[in-house]
Ligand binder design. Sequence first.
Ligand SMILES: Cc1ncc(COP(=O)(O)O)c(C=O)c1O
Length: 432
Amino acid sequence: MTVTLVPPPAPHPTRTAPPPAAAGPLDVLGVPGQVNLDYAATAPCARAAADAVAELLPWYASVHRGAGALSRRCTLAYERARQTVGDFFGARAGDHVLFTRNTTDALNLLARVLPAGTTVVTFGGEHHANLLPWPRGSVRLPVPREPAEAVRALNAALAELRRPGTGGSPGADRRPPVLVAVTGASNVTGERWPVAELARVARRHGARIAVDAAQLAPHAPVDVATLDVDYLAVSGHKLYAPFGAGVLVGRADWLDAAPPYLAGGGATGHVGAATHDVRWATGPARHEAGTPNLLGAVALAAVCGALAGADRAALHDAEQALLARLRHGLAALPHVVELRTFGPDAARVGIVSFVVAGRDSADVAADLAGNHDIGVRDGLFCAHPLARRLLAEAAARSGRRDLPPTALRASVGLGSTAEHVDRLLAALAAAA
Ligand SMILES: Cc1ncc(COP(=O)(O)O)c(C=O)c1O
């Protein structure tokens, strides 16, 4: 499959204007001349998402709230989107598929439905979205040096939590719940985490596991059943569906037992006259009060459908080739130092963070944008503990004392080309 960058539609597209002949559902929209290497923050819009939204817009009306033809079509589109997205992520028969605003929202929702006394176990390498929502008493394990160390550390931590006298005796059915919350791929380094192995460890200790797949899902198939994980959180805007929807997929029991994430219309089965006379709905509606983001859900489903029909192995190979080109190119620049948690050959998605020695990262990013039309991210990437640690390690590894306190990040995906990578490398070569 070839994936090409196609220009955005004219400012006022008419419904009669055909798309460019070569446009495929996984082509991405973009502005010719602008090199977008910031997919990890927000990926560009896939043609599939744009087309699905354009097709539905004339019918745009209320969801779950109207008897008219438009409204019924929108309700159907929303629920079909739920089905498509659930299928794409391997939702099991007993799972709920909830539309949220994004991954942050999905993980906060999960945090709100944890049974009382749940201990959440994370690693220090997580994005803030998977560090900050969890309740007091959560356990944060140190950032491991390699994937196998993460598995060993989790095993030890869960064994300790399950030790008699520290949270319930082994084998007891009513042990306090434990939830492991881990990323599928780091937004700082792109390194993949050993999710399936961590899930096996969690199972062995009777813990549940949630995967923050915000960065993994855009790059690799993610299936809750195959991975045997309990919950999955994803952002549509990182998955080529830029209309502000996210998803939480996972076990229904905690979701159905908890008070609604948002209280309001759509989340109720019955509301009486007395102040607290309310019976909440079960199922997805319980946590989706208010008018939902129909276009976001439909756009996300369209991308999921397009990816489901694509040759993911070919997409993966193409992305890995670009990633290798980028990393080799960076390694050849003596004033550039890459950030990494694991060894240099650890499996990664198309994300690389690095610093330019002697240069402020914000200045380099501004130079890339202003003088080279290249968009990258700079900062600590909403993963401050990890980014600071990796910056310190990069200084120690390289022996350089002139590394800046923040980093740069380049990320690729559908529509990225070797020319984009080469333009970045050339600009960085001149940035010493
Ligand atoms: C690994 C990871 N988790 C969670 C998030 C939060 O995603 P969102 O901002 O879409 O909620 C991000 C965003 O960069 C991320 O990279």
